[in-house]
Design a protein around this ligand. Sequence first.
Ligand SMILES: Cc1cc2nc3c(=O)[nH]c(=O)nc-3n(C[C@H](O)[C@H](O)[C@H](O)COP(=O)(O)O)c2cc1C
Length: 216
Amino acid sequence: MSDKKTLDDIRREYLQGGLSESNLNVDPIKQFDIWLQQAIQAKLFADPTAMNLATVDEQNRPSQRTVLLKKVNDDGFVFFTNLGSHKAKDIETNPNVNLHFAWLPLERQISIQGTAHKLSLTDNAKYFLSRPRDSQLAAWTSRQSKGIGSRKMLDMAFEQIKNKFKNNEIPVPDFWGGYLVKPERIEFWQGGAKRLHDRFEYQLKDGVWQLNRLQP
Ligand SMILES: Cc1cc2nc3c(=O)[nH]c(=O)nc-3n(C[C@H](O)[C@H](O)[C@H](O)COP(=O)(O)O)c2cc1C
């Protein structure tokens, strides 16, 4: 006899709380900030700022990966990456992206649809220079998303870069930088009992955020 569970056995009720229009901020960025702070303070997440970034390539094939949110303000959501990576190439041909936060122990998700825009060199430098030295060296070492023969080659490349910049400030690689995702639609989801979840979408129409409740 196996005690292996079937996938049908994996289910739970979502009971932590509901969402109503009256307890949502009229500004979705402010609402996002409230949920982000609650996710950080809950201490349930090793990476509360981790978000999935979905892009599509020139043949409309989607892909996703996790990146870290580094800044959020009225302009939008900022992450940093290698500008020659798979995701950066996708954004070059199609700037439409989706960001997704899954704070599942809080029974919450947020989905953000928008367009990605490269940050200025000044903004890139400001963040790059604030990073730990090893992270700066790693950015120089990795031609992200390209193949490499072995782990040893990667470690050797890191050592070479480390020697190259020995005792010097490490400049910002020209193949590394940030993107600002300007949101057009932001959806907040809170799990509800009996699978009757609460969903609210904010849509930007003529510069004004409009709020609608969606069916679960
Ligand atoms: C928790 C976590 C955080 C990550 N943060 C970043 C990040 O901020 N920037 C980044 O380029 N990659 C980050 N990665 C790695 C990406 O998920 C991905 O592997 C990498 O960016 C290459 O993606 P691509 O080949 O689709 O462009 C992170 C991965 C994890 C699991």
